[in-house]
Structures are given as C-alpha cells and as structure tokens.
Design a protein around this ligand. Structure first.
Ligand code: PMP
Length: 461
C-alpha cells in the first residue's frame, strides 16, 4: 500500500507544501477536503503549458492554431463519453462550468415542455441537485433511513403513487456527506419501468469509481450524467452534462449569443443544433485540455484501483475515529463497497467550526465543517427539529449545528490519517484547556468572521 501511495503522491501538485501553524511552526499541509475540490495532477499542469502555445479560439478561426484548438475541443467530447461509457452517437457532451451549472441547465431545458410533471429528488442531495428543480416542477423527495441511506422501497412507492407522472428521478451517485453510493442502475431500472428518466449527479461518483452509463437499450441506462472537473484533479472551470441529443434539440437556450446560432436577422434567430445551442460564447478550452489529461491519468491508474485504495483508507479512518471517545459518526456503514472515501463526524462538546479550525491551526490539516451544501440531509442526520430550524432561521447570529467531514483522495496516506487521529485525541484529551486557549485567541482577533477562529456570539436557549 505504501508503494502505491508513494506513486500516487508523485502525481499531485503541492503535496509537500508547508503551511503555518498557530505557534509559527511550518508543517506539510494535509488535505482531507477532496470532496470540495482536488489539487491538479502535475501532468495536467504540464499539458496546459504544452498546449498554451497552440491556444486559440475554437470554431471561429481559420488559422492553424484555431483549427488545432477546435480539434482538441471536439475530440474531447468523445474521450469524455468513453470515460463513462456514454453512447457514441446518441448522447452529447455539453461543456459547462461545473455540476451546478450542468444540473441547472438540464432543469431549465426539461421545464420547457413541461406539462405538470413531477421530479423525484432525494433527501440526500447536494443543493445543486435540489434547488434547480424546486421552482420548475412539483418536487417530491425519496426518503433516507436513520443512517442516511436511500430507501429504494420509498422510490418505488412514490413512482407507483404518481402513476406515470414522474418525468425524472434525480439522484446523487454518491453523497458528499456520508459517502454512501446509490445503486444507480437499480434506480434507473425502476425509473424506466414507470416511464421516468434518470439524472445522476456524478460530482462525487465520477472522480472516485468506474461509471458506466450503459447501453440505451438497457433498462439500467443512465439518461443524464453531470460532473465537475475540479473534483478530479483538473481545477480549471469545466463541468460536464451528458444526455441524449434529442433532449437538447429545439429548445430555447438559457444563454444566448454567438456560437449558439446558425443565422440571425432582426426578424428571426436560427439556433445551432446540440450541443452548440447550449454553449454560447467562447468556451473554456484550457479547462477541457486539463480534464482530458486528468482522465488519461485516472484511466492509467484504473478507477477500480482508485476506488479500492480510497475505500481502504476511509475504512481505516472510520475505525480509528470510532476508537476516540466522544466521536459521533454519521452514516456509518459496515459495507465499504457501497461508499466512497468520505466520513462525517462530531466530537461531543466541540463546535464543528472550532474543531475544524483547531485541526488546521495545530496540525495543518484541512477538513470541511458545516452543512456541506446538503442542508436538509445534514439537518435530518443531526435530528434537528422543524422548531429548531425556525429558531436558527430567525436568529442568524446563533451558530448553526453541523459536522466535520473527512474526504480522501488517492494521494492521501495512512500516516496522514494517523496525524489526524493523533490531533483529535490531543484535542479530546484536554478539551477544556484546548477550548480555553482558542477562546482567548479568538477574543484577540477581529470578530466571528476571522479567517482563523470563529466565536459563537449567542447560545441556543
Ligand atoms: N453534487 C455533489 C454531490 C457535490 O458534492 C457537489 C460539490 N460539493 C456538487 C454537486 C456541486 O459541484 P460544483 O460545485 O462543482 O458545481
């Protein structure tokens, strides 16, 4: 494992970067916040530098460089399709800026021929796969259980209840809070049986596991898939939306402008065919070059190898966290094959923000704390009542509960997890002293929005 990890670490920009601690010492940064974004691969940076001398505007120039850039741009669609086994001719790849934009775009398009239909989302979604549907469709949410796992029984029950009126089942491939993977092909089969299509929010799935959209003729076919390059070692502003060409024909584009039209007069607009009608303006070719190189590296390693390595690392993390008194784990499951490398927790008696900040200030460890843009899911896992929610809404100065999240990438090591656990044990061992130290410091710095520390101003009664 160590050899594998050493090889993975060499692929990443910035694994040896030193960051300052509160005491002024410098340590090698430990990034356990890969679900938010990942650092680039070294070869992605190299590829960009190699490409830049050939960089030019796509589709608009007759110069050699422009033709080259256009070729990279178009060939990129085929490479991306192969990566997730999308259909060569019937699917199209639309370039966006991230998963959020991809899902908003699809929601906008599907709402155009809407006829009062229903979208089934789930209780475990990131807001990116919840909010875009709310103002356009009647939305219902498939339940999760106590642990945070999606209820397939509830999905089927709701599909039956709405009797053919469900247009889309939209579900995350893997949760950014608990790491639970959803059985997307089983969900696809069910959705299709009841005449609905499926969108998979692949933001957390595509970077960590093999994804297969499967044949159009298969009941398990994934109709739409969205994901972000910045979560897969190519942080240059590219998102992907894949779906059948047909969906994107004869629509009113959300963004209107050059590149999306064939001919315009004062009297008429002739829109381009898909995907171009949805890609108005100058596209982000550097972002695409970066993504294609990242895909090449991920393919060389093998997505199943990545999945296995990250899962063993998160199993190790989970077991170690369970050994710390006062740690409360969320969405804990024994079956690691149905998870990706994420675990969320709290340390009893500690504010989640403060804990995350102490990890950074004392050990140079980056984690995430809060609601992870999956507010309803985290609220449910934390068992926050409607009454409490209303209280927090009416009192925005009262610090809201949350969790701390560890999310690993292929370059994280077992020794980094050991450092995390050692720091948590140290904090836990001397809770009172530790809290006191950070409260005193926080009083010296300027207010609750300080980059270093957060001071709760009011307490919940
Ligand atoms: N869905 C999930 C499951 C996510 O984890 C995220 C990012 N945290 C998103 C959607 C949104 O991705 P982006 O910020 O790249 O649009």
């Amino acid at each position: 494992m160590d050899e594998l990890n050493n090889a993975f670490r060499k692929l990443i920009v910035g694994v040896d970067t030193k960051v300052p601690l509160l005491n002024g010492d410098y340590v090698t940064a430990i990034n356990l916040d890969n679900a938010a974004t990942t650092p680039p691969f070294n070869s992605v940076m190299k590829k960009i530098l190699e490409f830049v001398p050939w960089y030019s505007s796509v589709h608009r120039g007759t110069g050699y460089k422009s033709i080259m850039s256009s070729e990279v741009y178009e060939e990129g669609r085929a490479i991306i399709k192969r990566f997730v086994n999308a259909d060569k001719s019937r699917d199209i790849v639309i370039f966006t800026k991230n998963t959020t934009e991809s899902i908003n775009l699809l929601a906008y398009i599907l709402a155009q021929d809407d006829d009062d239909s229903i979208v089934l989302s789930t209780e475990m979604e990131h807001l990116a796969n919840d909010l875009p549907w709310r103002d356009k469709f009647k939305v219902d949410y498939i339940c999760t259980d106590e642990c945070g796992k999606l209820s397939i029984e509830d999905l089927e029950m709701k599909l039956r209840k709405y009797a053919g009126k469900v247009k889309l089942v939209t579900v995350t491939g893997a949760s950014n809070v608990t790491g639970f993977k959803n059985p997307i092909h089983e969900i696809a089969s069910l959705a299709h049986r009841y005449g609905a299509k499926i969108l998979v929010d692949g933001a957390q799935l595509v970077p960590h596991c093999p994804v297969d959209m499967k044949d159009f003729d298969s009941a398990e076919h994934i109709d739409y898939l969205a994901f972000s390059a910045h979560k897969m070692f190519a942080p240059f502003g590219i998102g992907i939306l894949i779906g059948p060409q047909k969906t994107f024909e004869n629509i009113d584009p959300v963004y209107k402008g050059g590149g999306a039209v064939t001919l315009v007069s004062r009297q008429f607009i002739d829109w381009e065919s898909p995907p171009y009608n949805n890609e108005a303006g100058t596209p982000n070719i550097i972002g695409i070059v970066a993504l294609l190189e990242a895909i090449r590296i991920l393919n060389c390693i093998g997505m199943d190898v990545i999945h296995e390595y990250e899962n063993s690392l998160i199993d190790y993390t989970t077991a170690a966290l369970m050994g710390i008194p006062g740690v409360v784990l969320y969405g804990n499951s024994e079956k690691h094959e149905s998870k990706i490398g994420i675990v969320s927790f709290n340390l009893l008696g500690f504010d989640h923000r403060l804990l995350a900040k102490i990890l950074s200030c004392e050990a140079g460890i980056a984690v995430r704390s809060g609601l992870f843009c999956a507010h309803p899911y985290v609220e449910k896992l934390l068992k926050i009542t409607d009454q409490e929610l209303q209280y927090y809404q009416e009192n925005p100065d009262v610090p809201f509960p949350g969790m701390v999240r560890i999310s690993v990438g292929l370059y994280n090591s077992y020794s980094e997890i050991d450092a995390l656990v050692a720091c948590l044990r140290w904090i836990n061992g001397d809770k009172i002293k530790c809290k006191q130290k950070y409260t005193e410091i926080s009083q010296k710095v300027s207010g609750p929005k300080s980059p270093l520390l957060y001071t709760p101003r009011k307490k919940m009664p």
